[in-house]
Design a protein around this ligand. Structure first.
Ligand SMILES: [Cu+2]
Length: 165
């Protein structure tokens, strides 16, 4: 009986160290991207409009600035980095050569500001469809993610706190 308990404790310890090893491992894995992407979404366009915009929060957890040089998607002929600016009271879009995310900062791509412009879709895309996007970074491995198309009124992410409406 005593022997059985002892064995159980030893097995428990072995399991614990195994779990601890599993938890420690990711921090040491090589090539982990310093880029975290949260709440990605693509705004659905009215039928016949050959352009869409992708939005997301880009967080740089690294100690050096991150540069997004290029974004591509197999579902669009052309993808550009854009910023919407106000000029003489009129909203205009300007192309950017890259997006720079400073160390330990979050860059928000959102309606009325920075966005990824998706041009000439290869097929009609509606809410619920998934679009693969590949972000090419300077000095770091490219990041590919699937981004869901949402209706145009989706501008507020679901995980935001709403107060009484
Ligand atoms: Cu644009």
């Amino acid at each position: 009986m005593k022997q059985a308990i002892r064995t159980t404790i030893l097995t428990g310890l072995a399991l614990l160290s195994l779990l601890a090893g599993t938890w420690i491992a990711p921090a040491h894995s090589a090539g982990e991207s310093p880029l975290q992407i949260e709440t990605p979404w693509i705004r659905e366009s009215p039928p016949g409009v050959p352009a869409m915009a992708a939005y997301m929060n880009l967080t740089n957890s690294g100690n050096t600035d991150l540069q997004i040089k290029e974004v591509s998607s197999p579902l669009f002929l052309k993808v550009e980095l854009h910023e919407t600016i106000q000029k003489d009271g009129v909203a205009m879009m300007q192309a950017r050569k890259q997006f720079v995310i400073p160390a330990h900062k979050t860059m928000k791509l959102q309606p009325g500001g920075y966005h990824i412009m998706l041009l000439s879709p290869q097929k009609p895309l509606r809410a619920g469809d998934k679009v693969p996007l590949t972000l090419t970074l300077e000095g770091s491995a490219p990041v590919t993610l699937d981004v869901e198309v949402h209706p145009a009124d989706h501008a507020k992410p679901h995980n935001m706190q709403h107060s009484g409406h």
